[in-house]
Design a binder for this molecule. Structure first.
Ligand code: TYD
Length: 213
């Protein structure tokens, strides 16, 4: 049995990653592959419980919950459980894993946005998940106007603790993602997400094609 492949979808808020994860999984299944679609933070019961702490904070904490380092540790802890319980076993049995966000989101949000160094995020990842990296990170990029329009449609009940941070924070996140893609062109493919879902899906499939058996 050959090891499966691990694809992560990355990018800012409202980029359309979840839709693309679903479309990619369907296309891979049509080729007869076993596919596990998952997301971060989350993907296992333990990691989903941590997701609630991260995105909604803790009652009675004046909306402050989690300084930047505690936040980075919680993401790393959620990822550790997800990697240990779901991702590694799936890859070991030959399944493909399509993950909506992974380590590069921690590098961009807690690093670029929150001010931790890339080395610090890397140390947490080595401890938590023994440094497991995706075979390919697809960076789905949209213009700020498109992102705002999609978020207005999706987050009608208000955004979460992290999505709701100010424009300067999200600009640092976007800058960090594009710097990663420029620095590691072999591991990242940039995807223009401004078009309709099928047009973006075609770009995703072209990026994944070299990994197909
Ligand atoms: P989600 O609603 O899944 O976001 P989106 O649909 O925009 O992808 O919420 C995940 C939030 O968590 C999002 O704001 C990005 C943030 N996040 C981090 O800050 N660090 C991380 O390591 C991960 C995985 C997500």
């Amino acid at each position: 049995m050959t090891q499966g492949r691990f694809i992560a979808l990355e990018g800012g808020e409202g980029a359309g990653k979840s839709t693309q994860a679903r479309l990619l999984a369907e296309a891979l299944r049509q080729r007869g592959l076993e596919v596990v679609v998952t997301r971060e933070p989350g993907g296992t019961p333990g990691a989903e419980a941590i997701r609630g702490l991260l995105l909604h904070g803790v009652e009675g904490d004046d909306g402050i919950s989690w300084n930047p380092r505690a936040e980075a540790l919680l993401f790393a802890a959620a990822r550790s459980d997800h990697v240990h319980r779901l991702i590694r076993p799936a890859l070991a049995r030959g399944a493909w894993v399509v993950c909506d966000r992974y380590l590069d989101s921690s590098r961009a949000y807690q690093g670029g946005g929150g001010g931790l160094s890339d080395d610090e995020i890397g140390v947490l990842h080595r401890i938590g998940s023994e440094g497991l990296l995706p075979d390919l990170a697809l960076l789905v990029e949209v213009s700020p106007e498109v992102a705002m329009e999609r978020l207005a449609r999706r987050d009608t009940d208000g955004s979460d603790r992290i999505g709701g941070r100010d424009g300067a924070y999200h600009a640092r996140v976007a800058g960090a993602f594009s710097a990663f893609a420029a620095a590691e062109p072999a591991r990242f493919t940039r995807i223009d997400g401004n078009g309709d879902p099928q047009a973006t899906h075609a770009l995703v499939l072209a990026a994944v094609a070299p990994l197909l058996p």
